[in-house]
Design a protein around this ligand. Sequence first.
Ligand code: FAD
Length: 510
Amino acid sequence: MLAGRLSEDPTRRVTLLEAGGGDWHPMLRMPSAFYLPVRHPRFNWGYVSEPEPHLNGRRLLCPRGRVLGGSSSINGMVYVRGHPADFDRWDTLGATGWNYASVLPYFRKAQRFEGLTHDETFRGAQGPLRVRNGALRNPLYGMFLAAARQAGYPLRADLNDNEQEGFGPLPMTVEHGLRASASHAYLRHARQRPNLRVVTHARVGRIAIAGRCASHVEALVKGRPERFTGKEIVVCGGAINSPQLLMLSGLGPADDLARLGIRVVQDLPGVGANLMDHLEIYVQQACRQPISLYRELGFIGRARIGLQWLVTRQGLGATNHFEAGGFIRSDASRAQPDIQFHFLPAAMQYDGSANAAMHGYQAHVGPMLSPSRGSVSLHSADPLAAPRIRFNYMAHAGDWAVFRAAIRAARQLFAQPAFDDVRGAEIRPGDACASDADLDAFIRQHAESAYHPCGTCRMGSDALSVVAPDGRVHGTDNLRVVDASIFPHITNGNLNAPTIMVAERLADSF
Ligand SMILES: Cc1cc2nc3c(=O)[nH]c(=O)nc-3n(C[C@H](O)[C@H](O)[C@H](O)COP(=O)(O)OP(=O)(O)OC[C@H]3O[C@@H](n4cnc5c(N)ncnc54)[C@H](O)[C@@H]3O)c2cc1C
């Protein structure tokens, strides 16, 4: 995104180094195939966490896109900006000037909402990133929204305006049946520009820094060492790889770096700290009528969808299926919603595995504003080694109360009259799982990442912050970080839209 925006100025020369390859592959372009790259080594760094101490020592999957467009090329395409209070919180946490009023114009600048009919106060109409609502054709979406109303929640036409709380259509980043990744939206046309050079299969291992100045980047391009120089170097490796790269370059906790034999350029103890993520559970219900997507999940169903999409770019292949959702408070005393719902008219795992062998529907729910913090650190000084990722999920006592409230709220919603004609038995967690202790045991064994790591190079001005509010790494003059790692705090929603907002805003400051 940043390469696209910066190269709009023909007086600049921009080089983009990407460890992965190009993003033209049906698995990446077809929205309903979003579950395929989650485990695919060609497009994915394929990280796993350390054993998580509060989740029965399980190692959780941490997919990250390794391809042009990064994780936006393998994500679920749900477009959610976050609650206004999320950004006001950034401001109070030291990212001075990043309050909601100041970030809203950048959300709008990025966005082109398809089907814009009314108020442009919140929606953007001219940006490169296409966003649209799903057609909500499956009758289960209508039942879900009716059930939300029956349960007492407000229905909202736009979950991305300044209210957020309630239920409604969840928009998606899809353009004419194709995934609208950051690469699709910003790089596709920019690549024709003579002042933009895109180097794929270029794995950056170190940034050489002399004094306050980043002098060059060392990379392996298709396995061959190369150097790249520039007036400014911008790290956009994401919440796992950006702190890793800074540490490999001598910017990080001095003792840890010295122990691994890395020359310390600057003691920045906050690099890799403050790791946040969203955790979720699927509450699955059997459906007594044959109206869920179950029929389409078999080989023939998938082949039919794929063929229709290839020929027309329409049909069930052209949606991410997360067409409805919502935001609620775990407890009325909370100042803002802290639980998100994604509704899916099928009972299946995110990566397409372990489908329930029956018609069903499910809500993905979990705590969105957890105070638990983890870290990214180095196993070794080898730039090709994966970093150590420890999320420390559910470390805070309050996380458990919120998670239980989320599961119970999903059950309450599925129990509403709107589902009476179709409701079967609860598949997961299952009726027997009812007490706090049962729910906690279920969470420990089944909670999964929603794939939203952030915060590991956070903006601020205190001793544990890593970058200033303009993205510049403390103690350097020409090195910035621009990605989800600089979020001071996780947002109440999916992270792609706020990450693109961050890049839009910082592009203006070059
Ligand atoms: C499976 C999955 C589903 C998700 N679903 C959603 C969703 O539905 N909605 C939503 O809003 N968000 C979703 N997200 C999250 C969202 O996509 C990310 O938060 C966002 O894309 C992060 O952007 P980023 O720029 O910080 O990092 P990334 O998009 O991860 O980009 C980092 C880029 O840097 C490259 N890179 C890293 N290290 C190096 C190196 N050493 N040398 C060269 N290149 C390097 C990577 O290959 C990658 O291209 C999902 C994420 C995943 C993984």
